[in-house]
Each structure stands twice: as structure tokens, then as C-alpha cells.
Design a protein around this ligand. Structure first.
Ligand SMILES: [Zn+2]
Length: 261
């Protein structure tokens, strides 16, 4: 993620991209309660790759029941940018603020789960970049005020785009009840797996294990391997694979977080 992403035609278009571009160019003001941002960096999640290669999966082909969005969709839900304009009633950010995007969208009132703070469980849940007219892989996006969070000067634009996947990793450790001194085994060394490794370390895990294919573990694309305590090569001919690691008396792993696939 070294280059600034300012694609003019990064929409999930399947032949309908011109309609999306026209729509985007017409937006220069924020509707009431919304914020217009100029996108800076965007992460590419496996979800995006799956949508592009095999979709639509989460992208609605019929109008979404809450947002009315439907394919073609501008992808990108891990992103941040700079506020260009605010709509009437917006008070938490102003033009020029740098923001990180929290992409979940749902009814805020009259929704059983949302009213209990469990926004992600809403039956009408939508996401910017998947079921909202805008996403991170465009030059601009409009979002609800509650979807943008101003970031401090010390946080970089790249880090702003990493907030959403990092939240996934922290939540995994929270659900897994990772505590100081624990031994944690994470399967899958993709971006989420590596972020979860960092989150587990921050939670105090004493021993960290990370598994993936040997060619990935051996590559220079795996900066998180620096904090893994040791390397174990599982050989099917002489062990039972993961079962050997998890067996009582083996490495005594207390928590397994599966992030493979
Ligand atoms: Zn994500």
C-alpha cells in the first residue's frame, strides 16, 4: 500500500462503468447528515477479490433494502481520506479534517440491534464499498457522519485505512479472550492473520504461532514473522499436522484463531 489510490474507473462495473463514473462526477456536495471525502488510501480485502473474481456475492443485485444500492458497485471498505465538504447538520468533522472510515451502515433508530449498540447484527446491515453507492476505490465518497472519524496528526493516511481490518483483528482477540501469558495459534498469515498476531501480542500473549503455506511463510512478504517465537515445519509423514501442535503436552496452545480462508 505505497501508492495513493485515486482511481477514476475502479468501480465494480461489468460493463456498466460509465454510469458509475457519471454518477461520481456529479457529486461535489454532501447531502444533509453526510460527509464528502477525498479518498487517500484503500485496502484490498479478500472480500474485494472474491467480489471481483466471482461476484456479486455481498453486492446486491436488487436494491439493498436500506441503502437502495445495487450493482455496479465501487469497491473498497478499508479506507480514509480528507473531508471536502459537510452536509447540513454535521458537527463532528469539518472540511480539511483527515478521517478514517468505519464502513458499517444500518438504521440507527427503530432497529432492535442498533438500539442496543449491536450495529453489526442489524438485519438491514450495509457496508460502504459493498452495498452503499460509494467506496474507497474512487476519488471521492460520501458517507454518513457516523461513518467518519477524525484522526490525530500522529496517525498517517495509510494507518487510517488500516483501522477497519485492525478492528477485525482486535475483535478476534477479544472474542478469543486472549490474555497476558497465553499461547496463541493463528492459522492464515494474510493481512488479517498478521494484524491478529500483532493484536494478540498487544494483548500480552507470551507465545505466538502463525501458520500458512511454506512459500508464504518463507517470503519477504511476511513482516509479522519477526515476532513469532519459533518456526515449526509440519511434515505429514512424521506428524499429525495441526493436531500435533494442539495435542495436550505438545506446544500447549491455549487459543486457536482460525483466519485461513
Ligand atoms: Zn475489511
Amino acid at each position: 500500500m505505497k501508492k495513493e489510490i485515486r482511481h477514476e474507473s475502479a468501480s465494480f462495473s461489468r460493463g456498466q462503468g460509465s454510469a458509475v463514473r457519471n454518477h461520481r462526477q456529479s457529486i461535489r456536495k454532501a447531502p444533509p447528515g453526510e460527509v464528502l471525502i477525498r479518498n487517500r488510501f484503500v485496502g484490498i480485502r479478500g472480500t474485494d477479490l472474491h467480489e471481483y473474481a466471482y461476484g456479486p456475492i455481498f453486492i446486491p443485485v436488487e436494491p439493498h433494502p436500506f441503502t437502495k444500492a445495487q450493482a455496479p458497485q465501487i469497491l473498497g471498505h478499508e479506507f480514509g481520506g480528507v473531508v471536502e465538504a459537510i452536509g447540513a447538520g454535521v458537527t463532528s468533522v469539518k472540511a480539511g479534517d483527515r478521517v478514517s472510515v468505519q464502513p458499517l451502515i444500518m438504521p440507527r433508530v427503530g432497529d432492535y440491534y442498533a438500539e442496543r449498540g449491536l450495529f453489526h447484527l442489524s438485519s438491514e446491515l450495509a457496508l460502504a464499498g459493498l452495498s452503499w453507492p460509494w467506496g474507497g476505490m474512487a476519488e471521492y465518497a460520501t458517507l454518513n457522519e457516523y461513518n467518519v472519524q477524525a484522526i490525530p496528526d500522529a496517525m498517517s493516511d495509510e494507518e487510517a485505512a488500516l483501522v477497519e481490518p485492525t478492528a477485525v483483528a482486535v475483535y478476534a482477540c477479544d472474542r478469543g479472550d486472549v490474555k497476558a501469558g497465553n499461547s496463541v495459534f493463528i492459522t492464515g498469515a494474510g493481512p488479517i492473520g498478521q494484524l491478529t498476531l500483532l493484536a494478540a501480542r498487544a494483548a500480552g500473549a507470551a507465545q505466538l504461532f502463525l501458520s500458512d503455506l511454506i512459500r508464504l511463510i518463507s517470503s519477504g512478504l511476511l513482516p509479522a514473522k519477526k515476532i513469532v517465537t519459533k518456526k515449526i515445519t509440519l511434515d505429514r509423514a512424521i506428524s499429525q499436522g495441526f493436531d500435533a501442535l494442539l495435542a495436550p503436552g505438545g506446544e500447549q496452545i491455549k487459543i486457536l484463531i482460525d483466519l485461513a480462508g
